[in-house]
Design a protein around this ligand. Structure first.
Ligand code: MG
Length: 375
């Protein structure tokens, strides 16, 4: 018997494309008058000396949601890529430490690169990323639908429309005028059927006095409150004033913040976004920490197309179902397919690909000419 040849994969080049992703509904609106009409996404390909290429994607929710913006992702990838040429893409923790050594912070810049290296690891191992992230639970997992901020009546009608599409969990974009937000929450709650779940996500949009009024006005409504105010301390103060179940999102960007929130009993659920924490490697650490601490999670990203949706699916499908509050199928919100093999929503549920790696192959026509190539 001959010994297997160690492949010793090395990164040989990193290529990036800019892709525009329009929305089926024309725009997506949330707190503070923010809206996006066309998402600006970045796709990366990480090539290796062993004939395997991995793909990743990063798509911020515009420039005003987190400290991240689309052109910044590309500028950051250009800055960081030379430090990764010659590195082993399958040593994910070492690769992440290398990225942190070469560039402090900017987790969203690192997300697509880390995602692409998980794709390489899966392809070389012959296993889907979900298997490498801990193993798949069941046949599918549940999705939630975000409801763009509009008038109370329009948003309430959307609850019915999206339920027709199979969704049972609805996340309202509030964080605007508190009186209108109270109406939004009550109007949507009236449309719920048994088993439906309602979340009011303020996306940091309320000051404490406004949040205090809203949570008091909806104290008899079966609704979760998500990230009412900007800072952790403000959110915690509101948490102490309401019995509604509570979700933290924007302020949960590290294992340290999860530990703090768990210690303080500051959240019942956290929202885990892949690019917010720097990629699948860090997202998996946080996911596993939450399972240890008994904290449920929404598993998603800031936004994205087929590749981000595939990565979400692998992370969500390998999360114990009792800890998975919901996940997101961003590729059904946008009009443009950018890869084949991406998971597709069916009856409000989705499943990760069983193919090796992320299971997606970008469509060359959709990507166009690259904006960056580092070799
Ligand atoms: Mg949120």
């Amino acid at each position: 018997m001959t010994a297997a040849v160690k492949p010793d994969p090395r990164i040989t080049s990193i290529t990036a494309w800019r892709v525009e992703l329009p929305l089926h509904e024309g725009s997506y609106k949330w707190s503070g008058g923010n809206q996006v009409t066309v998402f600006d996404s970045t796709v990366v390909a990480v090539e290796t000396n062993v004939g395997v290429t991995g793909y990743g994607e990063i798509c911020p929710l515009g420039p005003a949601y987190l400290p991240a913006y689309a052109a910044g992702a590309r500028a950051g990838i250009k800055e960081l890529a030379p430090a990764l040429i010659g590195q082993d893409p399958t040593g994910l923790m070492a690769l992440n430490l290398r990225m942190d050594q070469a560039m402090r912070g900017h987790p969203y810049v690192k997300s697509a690169l880390d995602m692409a290296c998980w794709d390489i690891l899966g392809k070389l191992a012959g296993l889907p990323v979900a298997q490498l992230l801990g193993g798949r639970y069941g046949e599918s997992f549940k999705l939630y639908r975000a409801i763009s901020q509009e008038g109370p009546k329009q948003m309430a009608n959307k609850v019915g429309d999206y339920r027709q599409e199979g969704y049972t969990k609805f996340q309202l974009k509030v964080g605007g005028d508190p009186d209108t937000d109270i109406e939004r929450i009550k109007a949507c709650a009236e449309k719920l059927k048994p088993g439906n779940v309602l979340v009011a996500d303020a996306n940091t949009g309320w000051l404490m006095h406004q949040a205090a009024r809203v949570v008091d006005a909806v104290k008899d409504v079966d609704v979760y409150i998500e990230q009412p105010c900007m800072s952790y301390e403000e959110c915690r103060a509101i948490r102490e004033r309401t019995a509604r179940p509570f979700i933290l999102d924007e302020v949960i960007d590290s294992q340290a913040m999860v530990l703090k929130a768990a210690q303080d009993r500051a959240a019942d659920v956290i929202n885990l976004k892949i690019s917010k924490v720097g990629g699948l490697t860090r997202a998996r650490q946080i996911r596993d920490l939450c399972v240890s601490l008994g904290l449920a999670m929404i598993v998603e990203d800031t936004w994205g197309g087929d590749i981000v949706t595939a990565a979400i699916a692998h992370l969500a499908h390998s999360t114990p179902p009792e800890f998975l509050f919901a996940a997101t199928d961003f590729n059904s919100y946008v009009t443009k397919p950018i890869a084949i093999g991406a998971p597709k929503r069916k009856d409000g549920q989705m499943a990760a690909s069983l193919a090796p790696g992320l299971g997606v192959t970008p469509l060359g026509d959709a990507l166009g000419e690259p904006v960056l190539k580092i070799a």
